[in-house]
Design a protein around this ligand. Structure first.
Ligand code: UT7
Length: 349
């Protein structure tokens, strides 16, 4: 059975830089608070009208395709991970297929938030190993800036997130010293609501206590998204940050160790850990817990904030472009986020 290798990688971040000080114009916060709690100094925001989650994905994909030495016509499957799609439906995969004039290939959208890219890599890996596809495009892209609460009410969430995209081309390889060794996927829906965007959605929480006499005439036009929901900020992401933090610092090391143990390897064997860029303090905690040195971990949340499904491919691409990842290196990707879902992938570059 062949393994899957990353044959090309690309990233894209919008030009528009938003510093912590820029945010103080909209909400009560400070550069000192944001840096101390998250490590973030600045993030990028997409152009409001010109750039979407799909267009940023196309930019990253174009670079990955070129670096893989193929054309968009050679791609035989698309996997697109995002929580901020252009449309509620259809997903971004088909929009990218259209924009890049690809063949009538399959396009799959993945909704696993911060661990979306690692989940997507795992799915792509299975298709490559079975021989079904030869050139899979995996994209992680987010335009968070379109849907954050920039008032003081939403500051615990809005200061963290940024926009951007990353992409890879996965191909089969018969080289036994290269490619994905294993992937590990997990979930625990017990705390699904502590990091979530509730609306628009079909859950019954909002309507359960309304006791409407007639359905659906009662509030036609408000069934999906009511004015009350907007007044309650239910159209913005909600996060119980401290609870997420506590779970993340347990699950990150656990899923990394699971990947190493599966392959009979140790933390000292890791050349580069690419953790999802959730919060620099989480990455530092994980690094310390696993006893990794600074040159075994790549962080760039300082410049881009948390870009959710895009954060792992952006950090991976940047580390590779900076020459921090070389052929034969053992690379570990790990992510944790909303769901909760968490995942890791271990690969030889
Ligand atoms: O990638 C998806 C997964 N997400 C994560 O992994 C995020 C994990 N959680 C975190 O990174 C942290 O919990 C946060 C960075 C979100 C928040 O940091 P924290 O140290 O846990 O702060 P907190 O939520 O406990 O809030 C502490 C105080 C509160 O004020 P009081 O109640 O003590 O007076 C907040 O209102 O900080 C206040 N606060 C802020 N102050 C200034 C919250 N956000 C801000 C802000 N600026 N942006």
């Amino acid at each position: 059975m062949p393994r899957s290798k990353i044959a090309g990688i690309g990233m894209y971040v919008p030009k528009n830089i938003f510093t912590n000080n820029d945010l103080t114009k909209y909400m009560e916060t400070s550069d000192a608070w944001i840096q101390e709690r998250t490590g973030i100094k600045e993030r990028r925001y997409a152009d409001r009208t010109e750039e979407t989650t799909t267009t940023m994905g196309v930019e990253a994909a174009t670079i990955a395709i070129e670096r893989a030495g193929i054309t968009a016509q050679d791609v035989d499957f698309i996997i697109f991970a995002t929580l901020s799609p252009d449309y509620y439906f259809p997903g971004c995969g088909v929009l990218l297929q259209r924009a890049m004039k690809m063949k009538e290939i399959g396009a799959l959208d993945i909704r696993n938030q911060c661990s979306g890219f690692v989940y997507a890599i795992s799915v792509a890996d299975q298709f490559i190993k079975t021989g079904m596809y030869k050139n899979i495009l995996v994209v992680g892209s987010e335009k968070h800036s379109f849907g954050l609460d920039f008032s003081t009410r939403g500051r615990n969430v809005s200061v963290i997130f940024g926009d951007g995209a990353g992409a890879v081309i996965l191909q089969p390889t018969e080289n036994t010293n290269q490619g994905i060794l294993s992937t590990h996927l997990h979930s625990d829906g017990e705390a699904a609501e502590i990091l979530a965007m509730y609306n628009p959605g079909t859950h019954a929480n909002h309507w359960a206590n309304k006791n409407y006499a007639t359905f659906p005439e009662a509030e036609i036009g408000e069934m999906f998204m009511s004015h009350e929901m907007i007044d309650n900020a239910e159209n913005f992401p909600y996060m119980d940050g401290p609870s997420v933090f506590k779970k993340a610092i347990v699950k990150f090391p656990e899923v990394i160790m699971e990947a190493l143990q599966t392959n009979g390897l140790q933390t000292s064997d890791i050349n580069m850990l690419i953790p999802h860029q959730a919060n620099l303090r989480i990455s530092q905690f994980v690094q310390q817990k696993l006893g990794l040195s600074d040159n075994q971990v790549h962080n760039n949340i300082q410049k881009y904030g948390n870009t959710t499904a895009a954060s792992v491919p952006i950090a991976l691409c940047e580390a590779w472009e900076e020459g921090k990842i070389k052929e034969g290196d053992l690379v570990c990707l790990a992510a944790f986020g909303s769901g909760f879902t968490w995942a890791s992938a271990l690969l030889k570059w």
